[in-house]
Design a protein around this ligand. Sequence first.
Ligand SMILES: *Cc1c(COP(=O)(O)O)cnc(C)c1O
Length: 390
Amino acid sequence: MQSIPYGRQDISQADIDAVVAVLQSDYLTQGPTVPKFEETVAAYCHAKHAVAVNSATSALHMACKALGLGPGDWLWTTPTTFVASANCGLYCGAQVDFVDIDPRTYNLCPQALARKLEQAERDGQLPKVVVPVHLCGQPCDMAAIHALSRQYGFKIIEDASHAIGGRYQGLPIGHGAYSDITVFSFHPVKIITSGEGGMAVTNDPYLWKKMKLLRSHGISSDKADMQPRAADEIWNYQQIDLGFNYRMTDIHAALGVSQMHRLDEFVLRRQALAQRYNDLLLGLPVVTPWQYPDSFSSFHLYVIRLRLDGIALTQRQVYEALHAAGIFVNLHYIPVYRHPYYEQFGFKAGYCPEAEVYYAEALSLPMYATLTNEQQNHVVQALKSILIPQ
Ligand SMILES: *Cc1c(COP(=O)(O)O)cnc(C)c1O
């Protein structure tokens, strides 16, 4: 059997045709297709505004900047995430700290957040921005986090890099009732792809405008933004802020728009695969993903936890045995503060105990829309023969 990755894209002929059409048009970089992609995503998730950029990492940076994060401020996030969720704070010169995870959902734990906020208030070090991450596509307990934001006055950026197509309390992730900005990633392993790409959605017109400026050098050609100059001078644009070149191209946006047509189909297939895994893994010494009652996960990842006391192997041995069988399981994630770069900030192993226990047991099984039932059976068979040798 062919090797099986943990995730991969699904590109159709319609996707290819959409990209080729842009290549044959007048606009390669930001033309008419980028706004179309923005409108499509904003409409899908019931958000008022969207800003497409070249990655979710750029979107997170831009979102932090738009919220005014800077030196002297704190950004808090979960340790169980990709490094970008935390690095965006460092880019702004802010300090970064981590809130431990809920052992059932693996998402940032609202109770742990509440305790940490109480302490931070006493120390006069409350965060300016908190970044909950919808790990694997399962929404965080946003109502609880939002209630705390009202009490303590911090802003919320949802890192929904895993979660487009998911729902919380019946509403699509990105609707923004419980946050200031939501960020999506369109990297090829995510739910839909634009090659590389990201998007920030918001209901706040000020944040929308600010992020559009930051995306493109801080330059505006809107007459309303521009300062008056002498009547005989030519000023078709002015730089009014310090921004970046984070623009998305129309080539990427065309792929994104085309993929949006199949978003629901992709998520339903992922849901069906998750249900099949749940059934097939019954009786094995693993913990399958628990789902928060009022949520609908897009299942970017299907993470199992090994019951290490019930098997004779280490996590690493299971990982390597699966790789040797051509099944490229992965690990999401090493706690961010354990990375060498984060040592300089004084974090020590054991800082977030739940995130560390999770890290020692988790494995991401293959999960993507084109994974067949046969391939999935093969994955489960291989796992079974490794965990319970005959
Ligand atoms: C993939 C990912 C990102 C970064 O996305 P890019 O589009 O690759 O920059 C950020 N946060 C999380 C949780 C991710 O999984």
